[in-house]
Write a protein of this length. Sequence first.
Length: 92
Amino acid sequence: MTTATNAATNDHPATDVDRYEHQRRAFRLHFNVFIGSMIIIFLVNLATNAAAGITGEWWAWWSALALVGWALGLTVHGLVLRMARPQSVELA
């Protein structure tokens, strides 16, 4: 790193609250991408099942696996965010 870069990063050191707010925005983005993607994945699964005539078969709903797997990852992300919350931040 150059001295100009060091000076720029040291001018405004990130506080715990700043880091937490950044992580919170990242979680919100992760959640919104999850919701949008799950809608698309479900609609693709529905369309392919309807085209094949197998909408009544439980094994044809592979979108449930994506939902469970991604929801587990999102839950872990949320728990990490919750545990990293500084004491000075109130839950909204």
